[in-house]
Design a protein around this ligand. Sequence first.
Ligand SMILES: *[C@@H]1O[C@H](CO)[C@@H](O)[C@H](O)[C@H]1NC(C)=O
Ligand SMILES: *[C@@H]1O[C@H](CO)[C@@H](O)[C@H](O)[C@H]1NC(C)=O
Ligand SMILES: *[C@@H]1O[C@H](CO)[C@@H](O)[C@H](O)[C@H]1NC(C)=O
Length: 252
Amino acid sequence: MSDPAYRITDFFNKLGKYKSYEEFSVFMRQYWYVWTIICLIGVIMIVINVIMIVYFHRRRRPFRQSEYFKQNIESSRTKTIMVPEKVKENLLAQEASDDTNSQFAMDALIANNKYRALHNCPPLKYSSNLAKIAQSWADTLGKMQKLQHSPTHWRRFNNSVLGENLCYLFNSRLTGEKMMDIWYAESKAHNFSLDKQVDSQNFTQMIWRNSREVGFGRVKGTNGDWWYGVAIYMPSGNVVGHFAENVPPVSL
Ligand SMILES: *[C@@H]1O[C@H](CO)[C@@H](O)[C@H](O)[C@H]1NC(C)=O
Ligand SMILES: *[C@@H]1O[C@H](CO)[C@@H](O)[C@H](O)[C@H]1NC(C)=O
Ligand SMILES: *[C@@H]1O[C@H](CO)[C@@H](O)[C@H](O)[C@H]1NC(C)=O
């Protein structure tokens, strides 16, 4: 009777075979622990589901932020500003070691436009909305502790994917100038008579003639002295078939 195998067989034999309410209630009382176990399994499944929902909800946060930006970039595009020369000079004069994120962004813009001028490409305008997207992704990279592109559906805007440059730096504060130098260094590997190339896409995006606006983000990783930098460009560069007219060689 107490043999578990017998009890399991007995349970299934009796299950559903009661002819009266009395038989049913005897069966229920005899196997009360089975119903307890079933209830416990139910509770555990609910808990697991809640944990999974919370986990995926947290992972989805950047995507939901993007929805916000999608709706807001358009309405506030007129706020896009050029940085005045005086402000640039004052900020550049400060110590790079205690730069703020806004100084980082201005340094990056100046350095980016300096390199564009070398290639006879027009200066980019700074966009605070693109900067929010860039900073949001930089924050994500800082938490993930690795360099990877944001999902393309996350940085879609106006039916096209925004351009995204990434870099990291170990053991040294990432300044705007350093970030641009890292990307511009790829120009050495670039063949200006070819189209898209794997090793120079940060360079070709930063120079890309048809890109008009940019925003920058930077973060120090939560673990160790890793710095992550992000730039978001609009319209996106690196369009296959259009490298020759958008990435001209240095013009003297
Ligand atoms: C969206 O794309 C269209 C066509 O490419 C362009 O004419 C328009 O200016 C773009 N709008 C914004 C807000 O960038
Ligand atoms: C660049 O590409 C062109 C066209 O394929 C080729 O003739 C040339 O040798 C390449 N230059 C370098 C430096 O690889
Ligand atoms: C820029 O460089 C980083 C680091 O090498 C790389 O992960 C990233 O894919 C590059 N960006 C593009 C647009 O290729």
